[in-house]
Design a binder for this molecule. Structure first.
Ligand code: PMV
Length: 345
């Protein structure tokens, strides 16, 4: 159908974490993430001129009604209609699906809101009958995605993306993400991410509530400073192929995020006993083998194991022999660095 737009957009895993926001969805510190390859949301948007009495948005998730998410999307679409004036004149039918399970430690808000933002920007282009320059289009989509979910701003780009004003990067911005333009060392080019499922129960704290915990957090200033320092050291590590540095920063970021949650008021302990056991085993494995392998965590108990493609087999053996018994139903999801969103139609 002519008035149908389809985008697939990936989730991402933050290596430098965004935790704490201000103003209209602006970050308190810069963040850097890797876009995933297989964990994607697919959004299909069909639009037609709105008639009196029409509902503005009809939404289906995996073929079924989801009123709670429909209401969230509806509010978001209203909030961006100044930027995308076409939205006031059309009825939108949106259906979406994810390639990955819910509560798996893969942020569906990042993939969903980026896919939706891309659809809406493509719709504006179609209505205006004018293609935006590619860089401008992506910047706009990233800014719109950010308004839906901060981390979604980074999913508009493949490989590594940076969101937030960063010292030494004059084109970085709090309003939108930018692709990391450094010369990435081959060791980080096809980085693998195995997501180890520790527990798939629903999140105990929403990310909105999580960010709010940083408002009166006693360590807030030190945290934002730490993230800036980690940022300044992670970028050269990515270029130089310094896996030890990469690993120490990425683990520090993951554990700091959880440390902040544990020391906030109210406090949250999102790690499970098995997460901690797995972390110990990963560290022992690393010490023993001296292989480049590291881990990160999102705001939940599931671990992301990161390692270069060439070590796939040995890491697979390690998972099967030492980690599998710690995983919920022995489950893990294989993913890795991806090239970013794709327009399907
Ligand atoms: O984009 P949000 O509001 O869901 O926040 C994401 C927060 C973390 O996933 C914990 C970190 C990040 O930078 O993605």
């Amino acid at each position: 159908m002519k008035n149908t737009i389809i985008w697939e957009s990936p989730s991402n895993i933050a290596l430098i974490k965004y935790w704490g926001k201000t103003g209209i969805q602006l970050p308190c510190n810069p963040s850097l993430s890797m876009s995933l390859k297989h964990s994607v949301s697919r959004f299909e948007l069909t639009y037609s001129p709105i008639k009196g009495g029409d509902k503005k948005l009809i939404y289906l998730f995996e073929g079924k009604e989801n009123k709670a998410f429909e209401a969230k999307l509806s509010k978001f679409i209203d909030s961006v209609s100044n930027d995308l004036p076409c939205l006031t004149k059309y009825q939108l039918k949106i259906s979406s699906s994810n390639t990955f399970p819910h509560s798996a430690g893969i942020a569906s808000s990042a993939s969903a809101m980026s896919a939706l933002a891309l659809c809406l920007c493509s719709m504006q282009e179609a209505i205006d009958e004018m293609e935006m320059p590619r860089d401008f289009f992506l910047q706009k989509a990233s800014r719109i995605a950010r308004l839906g979910s901060g981390s979604a701003s980074r999913s508009v780009f493949g490989a590594y993306a940076i969101w937030g004003e960063t010292e030494g990067l004059s084109n970085s911005s709090n309003d939108f993400a930018i692709p990391f333009k450094g010369n990435i060392h081959p060791i980080f080019k096809d980085l693998q991410d195995t997501i180890l499922m520790m527990d798939s129960s629903p999140k105990k704290v929403s990310s909105t509530a999580g960010h709010a915990l940083m408002k009166n957090h006693p360590y807030a200033d030190a945290r934002f400073q730490q993230a800036r320092l980690n940022m300044s050291e992670l970028m050269p590590a990515l270029e130089q192929g310094d896996f030890d540095k990469f690993s120490s920063i990425v683990e520090n970021e993951a554990l700091s995020l959880h440390g902040l949650m544990m020391s906030s008021n109210p406090s949250y302990t999102l790690l499970k006993p098995n997460t901690l056991i797995a972390i110990e085993r990963i560290k022992d494995f690393k010490d023993k083998t001296q292989l480049p392998i590291t881990f990160t965590l999102d705001a939940g108990p599931n671990l992301h194991l990161l390692y270069p493609k060439e070590n796939e087999n040995v890491v697979q053996n390690f998972i099967e022999q030492e980690l599998i018994e710690l995983l919920e139903d022995g489950k893990y999801i294989q993913d890795g660095m991806g090239d970013g969103p794709q327009r399907i139609r």
